[in-house]
Design a protein around this ligand. Structure first.
Ligand code: NAP
Length: 275
């Protein structure tokens, strides 16, 4: 079984560099997908309250027989649950659905700036972190202007900023800000939801290495030290997305993938999304 490298977060917690995403997986199909991922060797699972599948994730964890300490479970507080008391309640609801008594990582899902409540949510995450209910706390979809507010008002520096990131949307400004503040960058939609997998550059590099296009894109992330959470409900792809250690991209190949940047987003812009 593949041994998955870890990234050491700013509080010393080790987070697997490759995790398994479950966005858009229906709750009643989630346990099977997560079980396939755990069988393949994933130990990190990325869910969120809004995905509606925390129960399915929890069922797979319970059925796996794995030690809780060997797993790394992430969930996220949804926008309409922002605020101090609301976030505390949302966290406990997520724990109940997952059947767990702590989370490894809990994130504010979006800044939702028009709500003007993410700093209060951050205070709630700090409380839960201090109480030992969460091993590491972080944010998702935060632009530097939102992180500045957290850094100014908070006492804990976010461990992770999970943002949309793939060759057509590389988020260089956010990545530099994260590095400067000791915040790990985690890429969501690392495969651009599959949109990049028939790109000519990706196909050429895949052919040169005798690997699948998805493996090329995921390897591009790994060679830049990012955390990735590819999603698949297809067992062969779930395994393929972990099989990234038998080849290495050259500098020229990395540069060719970098050249695919075109500000191409699959999701909403964090400055504008408040839903
Ligand atoms: N924080 C946020 O706001 C946010 C937003 C979006 C996503 N996320 C997280 O990031 C995770 C990943 O992002 P995502 O689900 O949007 O997209 P993704 O992982 O970039 O792509 C998933 C798509 O690619 C396909 N795929 C996966 N592996 C493949 C392979 N080896 N070959 C060919 N096709 C492959 C999947 O198909 P099949 O499933 O049909 O196999 C699915 O259609 C999510 O599940 C979620 O945990 C977070």
């Amino acid at each position: 079984m593949t041994s998955i490298p870890t990234i050491t977060l700013n509080n010393g917690v080790a987070m697997p560099q490759i995790g398994f995403g479950v966005f858009q997986v229906p709750n009643d199909e989630t346990a099977a997908a997560v079980a396939a991922a755990l069988d393949a060797g994933y130990r990190s699972i990325d869910t969120a309250a809004i995905y509606g599948n925390e129960e399915g994730v929890g069922r797979a964890i319970a059925d796996s027989g794995l030690d809780r300490g060997d797993l790394f479970i992430t969930s996220k507080v949804w926008n309409s649950d922002q605020g101090y008391d609301e976030t505390l309640a949302a966290f406990h609801a997520s724990l109940d659905k997952l059947g767990l008594d702590y989370l490894d990582l809990y994130l504010i899902h979006w800044p939702a700036p028009a709500r003007n409540t993410y700093v209060e949510s951050w205070r709630a995450l700090e409380t839960l972190y201090t109480e030992g209910r969460i091993k590491a706390i972080g944010v998702s979809n935060f632009l530097p202007e939102h992180l500045e507010q957290i850094l100014a008002a908070g006492t804990v520096v976010p461990a992770v900023n999970q943002v949309e990131l793939h060759p057509t949307l590389q988020q260089r400004g956010i990545q530099s800000f994260n590095v400067a503040h000791g915040i790990a960058t985690e890429a969501w939609s690392p495969l651009a939801q599959g949109a990049l997998l028939d790109d000519a550059t990706v196909l050429d590099i895949a052919a040169a290495h005798g690997v699948a296009p998805a493996q090329v894109v995921l390897r591009w992330h790994l060679q830049q030290d990012r955390i990735i959470i590819p999603k698949s409900v297809t067992p062969a792809r779930i395994q393929q997305n972990l099989d990234l250690f038998g080849f290495e991209l050259t500098d020229a190949e990395l540069a060719a993938l970098d050249a695919l940047e075109n500000d191409g987003r699959t999701g909403p812009h964090p400055a504008e999304f408040n839903g």
